[in-house]
Write a protein that binds this ligand. Structure first.
Ligand code: DUC
Ligand code: ZN
Ligand code: ZN
Length: 472
């Protein structure tokens, strides 16, 4: 008789991108070993009757222990961020190794590994952020790193310290295409934002609410169109991160119709907030400052349509945790810093899945299968983690979320596991929460308790997919 399985999850309803079926799941050596009806005895058994069994979430956009160009560090490290992710059903994330001008990209990657390895709680990969395109970076470091498993990189079209020119973007796209990496775009028009910001400041309009007027949908739409055009010229696949408005979605649809390979992401904050959230007494609105900024109800409706119809491929947190009352946080440049000096970003690593489940599945805006595709399967596929991550199939890592679709929660910061001192989602009522999270066969979250040590998470190198040489 063969050895018993390590773990058996019995009686669950398993959900994949293509269907929902009752089944038992057995785990051996950290992987899914069998699926079906009573696959055999196991050392540990979880009765998941009445619960959903989902692939563990893959969060493809979060800023963990990331240092900004001005030296500010995001509040979560690879342990607190990983714990927070796991408590919300996410078992893999892809933070950034962010290069600043004058830095060697290879050195940057080594530094992020040094911070991640001893602290990681869940499995992780890295996107590169490329801001200094020296000859050494473009010709040697970037191609070599892509081949070593860093198969995606982010470029910025705005921010003085980060942005690349269109010509530099084309250089990056050519390398990414040849080496098989996916290029992510922060798409906002730099000059339009600079011009609007200067005008607002000159009029004395410095409070957080003016952040939205300084970065209007037109700036995002134009940059999205340009990113798609550059991708078409270079014949390279791209992904537009944090899409916030209908105009950008229209540009993505039209680029796809022309044959450009462009993928798209949105994030929780664009579904739940509007520019009105920035308009609060004093500096309070800074808690809702992120870029692109929140828009309006029409934009939210356009994003919901795009999540359902496939225009949007992935749903990520864009967890960029800057505490409110902290010299490294929102008040880094003073309690009344003008809007353009406030660190951008909000936390949502832990809430990403529950928010989309509650607002999307429970309210029947998207199907359960689409929820799984957006939060786990698609990001795993697009970023080279599939089929090891993001799916329920024999041979995949046993990364799973046992989900109670009926569990009701009211969001409150003290119950979350990140290092933040606020959540912009405070008070929101949610339906559905993961009651057990399993990472490579180990239970890391159960009965509202975290289990596991810093350093248990592993780096997952990804295999790049080079395209055939371009016709001259
Ligand atoms: N871009 C991000 O991706 N996250 C936070 C802020 C920003 O500008
Ligand atoms: Zn960005
Ligand atoms: Zn981000």
């Amino acid at each position: 008789m063969s050895e018993p399985f390590d773990l058996l999850i019995r009686g669950a309803t398993a959900v994949t991108e293509s269907g929902t079926i009752p089944c038992d799941l057995a785990v051996r050596d950290g992987r899914i070993a069998a699926l079906g009806n009573s696959p055999g005895p196991a050392r540990d058994v979880i009765d998941a009757t009445g619960l959903l069994l989902l692939p563990g979430g893959v969060d493809a956009h979060c800023h963990i222990d990331q240092v900004s160009s001005t030296g500010l560090r995001t509040a979560d490290d690879f342990f607190t961020g990983g714990v927070s992710a796991a408590c919300g059903g996410t078992t893999t994330f892809i933070p950034f190794a962010a290069q600043h001008r004058g830095q060697s990209l290879r050195r940057v990657v080594a530094d992020y590994h040094a911070r991640a390895e001893p602290r990681a709680f869940i499995d992780y990969a890295f996107h590169l952020i490329v801001s200094d395109l020296s000859e050494a970076v473009l010709r040697e470091e970037l191609p070599a790193l892509i081949r070593e498993g860093y198969a995606s990189l982010k470029v910025y079209m705005t921010y003085d310290a980060l942005r690349l020119t269109d010509r530099q973007v084309l250089d990056v796209l050519a390398v990414a295409r040849r080496e098989g990496a996916l290029t992510l775009f922060h798409a906002e028009n730099h000059d339009a934002i600079a011009w609007l910001t200067a005008r607002l400041l000159a009029e004395g309009k410095t409070s957080p609410k003016h952040h939205a007027a300084a970065r209007p949908p037109e700036a995002e739409r134009e940059a999205t169109a340009r990113a798609c055009m550059l991708a078409g010229l270079a014949d390279a696949p791209i992904l537009i991160v944090h899409v916030s408005c209908g105009g950008a979605l229209d540009e993505i649809r039209s680029a796809r119709a022309r044959g450009v390979t462009v993928y798209a992401e949105t994030c929780p904050q664009y579904l739940l907030f509007t520019a009105a959230d920035l308009d609060r007494p004093g500096f309070e609105g800074a808690k809702w400052m992120f870029s692109p900024p929140p828009r309006d109800l029409e934009a939210q409706a356009a994003l919901w349509t795009a999540l359902a119809d496939g225009t949007l491929d992935i749903f990520s947190s864009d967890h960029a945790p800057y505490r409110f009352d902290d010299p490294e946080g929102k008040k880094a440049h003073g309690e009344n810093a003008p809007f353009h000096r406030v660190p951008n970003g909000v936390p949502s690593l832990e809430l990403r899945l529950p928010l989309l489940f509650s607002e999307g599945v429970a309210r029947r805006r998207i199907s359960l299968e689409r929820f799984v595709a957006l939060t786990a399967t698609n990001p795993a596929r697009l970023y080279g983690l599939y089929p090891r991550k993001g799916c329920i199939r024999v041979g995949a890592d046993a990364d799973l979320a046992v989900w109670d679709p009926r569990r009701e929660t009211s969001v409150t910061q003290w119950a979350l596991h990140d290092r933040m001192d606020y959540t912009p989602f405070e008070g929101l009522r949610l339906e559905g929460w993961p009651v057990i999270t399993i990472s490579r066969g180990e239970i890391v979250w159960m009965n509202d308790e975290v289990r596991g040590e810093p350093g248990r998470g592993r780096f997952i190198p990804r295999v790049p997919e080079p395209l055939a040489p371009q016709e001259p």
